[in-house]
Design a protein around this ligand. Structure first.
Ligand code: PLP
Length: 387
């Protein structure tokens, strides 16, 4: 059996894979088993922040692997303490809880909101409001948070205590909050899986003001938008928001599993001994990798991300076969005349790996993709959209 056959036989059929087996890579170039080379415009869905097999990232991982690859959370380890310090000092948040994925980072946020509201208001104050078309993960509770009915249908009963409102609908939010049962609002600044749709800045500002007025937690899901992806360290910074909780994962450790839930001063002590935990959370190798990633997200790097994004927007804006360009920074969605899946297949044929999100072609290249490669990929994408 080859890998395709073995995978088909032995792995649950939850992923519709392309018939491509990636075996190696360097930076934003990856090779398949037949030696065909691709420009990677997906970064493993915004995970490999500095591309594949990046030298600095390898060094950080390798150094830690030779020291200790894992310790239980019963003991201290340096990488996760340093990483927590770096995240707090860069964001102004006060403490971090580490987990292993985006869904888990959101689970932690939801637990914090529920306990905070129960203690400071009442146990009946347990509702988390999220937006329609949002995506917050695949565990049963984060699925319940996700505002897309088609993810819910087969998995009833869901976790109770979630309400979904349309982006921009302050009236419904106010009505919900009027009943005194809302603990928190959880938002993505740019809906990723939902189709690369940025939040309207006025609505974002209104949420920021409203949550503070009402003493409701504002929680931002930065799993996809975080860690430099949008040209800011976290996308909420573009919007000038004051979140109480920020969850992140995907690109944080540049290719190893790591989730982080950042807690503001207001909620930093909500979780106490025994309230939450994770065997692998804050694993020293993942944390060392993340520290190397976060330390590279300098102002210069973030400016370069924005410059690369502007270059792409210039190339795609108004181009034949492209109706709209959405997103923020290097998180970009193209509404194409042809079906997105058709464009992605054509791009793959011509050596460019792209993603889809709903009806869009979604691009999430490495933050340090060289301009020449980015142009080359854009030319191929343009040809596939037009032709
Ligand atoms: C990917 C994603 C998640 C889920 O992350 P996992 O690591 O797959 O659990 C949650 N929220 C958003 C916004 C995401 O893009």
């Amino acid at each position: 059996m080859n890998t395709f056959e073995r995978d088909q036989q032995y792995i649950a059929h939850t992923y519709k894979r392309f018939p491509v087996e990636i075996v190696s890579g360097k930076g934003s170039l990856v090779q398949d088993r037949d030696g065909k080379e691709y420009i990677d415009m997906g970064s493993g869905i915004a995970v490999t922040s500095f591309g594949v097999a990046d030298e600095d990232w390898i060094r950080a991982v390798e150094e830690q692997i030779h020291k200790v690859q894992h310790m239980s959370n019963l003991y201290y380890t340096e990488p996760c303490a340093l990483l927590a310090e770096a995240l707090c000092s860069r964001t102004g948040m006060s403490r971090v809880f580490f987990s292993n994925s985006g869904a888990e980072a959101n689970e932690c946020a939801i637990k914090v909101a529920r306990k905070w509201a129960a203690e400071t208001k009442s146990p009946a104050c347990s509702t988390i409001v999220t937006l329609e078309n949002s995506f917050h993960g695949r565990t049963l509770t984060t699925l319940s948070a996700t505002g897309q009915a088609h993810y819910h249908e087969l998995f009833q009963p869901l976790t109770p205590g979630f309400a979904h409102i349309a982006a921009g609908d302050m009236d419904t939010l106010k009505a919900l909050c009027g009943s005194g049962t809302v603990a928190a609002i959880l938002i993505e600044c740019v809906q990723g899986e939902g189709g690369v749709i940025p939040l309207d800045p006025e609505f974002a500002k209104a949420l920021d003001d409203f949550t503070r007025e009402q003493n409701i937690l504002l929680m931002v899901d930065e799993v996809q938008t975080g860690n430099g992806r949008t040209g800011a360290l976290y996308a909420y910074m573009h919007y000038g928001l004051h979140p109480d909780v920020v969850s992140t994962a995907k690109g944080l450790a540049g290719g190893l599993p790591l989730g982080a839930t950042l807690l503001s001063e207001k909620v930093k002590d909500v979780l106490s001994y025994g309230d939450h935990g994770s065997t692998f959370g804050g694993n020293p190798v993942a944390a060392a990798a993340a520290l190397s990633v976060v330390n590279r997200l300098t102002d210069d790097l973030l400016q370069a991300v924005s410059a690369k994004a502007a270059m792409l927007r210039n190339l795609f804006g108004g181009a034949p076969g492209i109706e709209t360009v959405t997103g923020l920074g290097l998180m970009m969605g193209l509404k194409t005349v042809k079906p997105a899946a058709e464009v992605v297949a054509a791009c793959m044929e011509k050596g460019v790996l792209c993603l889809t999100a709903k009806d869009k072609v979604r691009l999430l290249p490495a933050l340090n993709i060289p301009d020449e490669l980015l142009k080359k990929a854009a030319d191929i994408i343009l040809a596939c959209c037009a032709g």
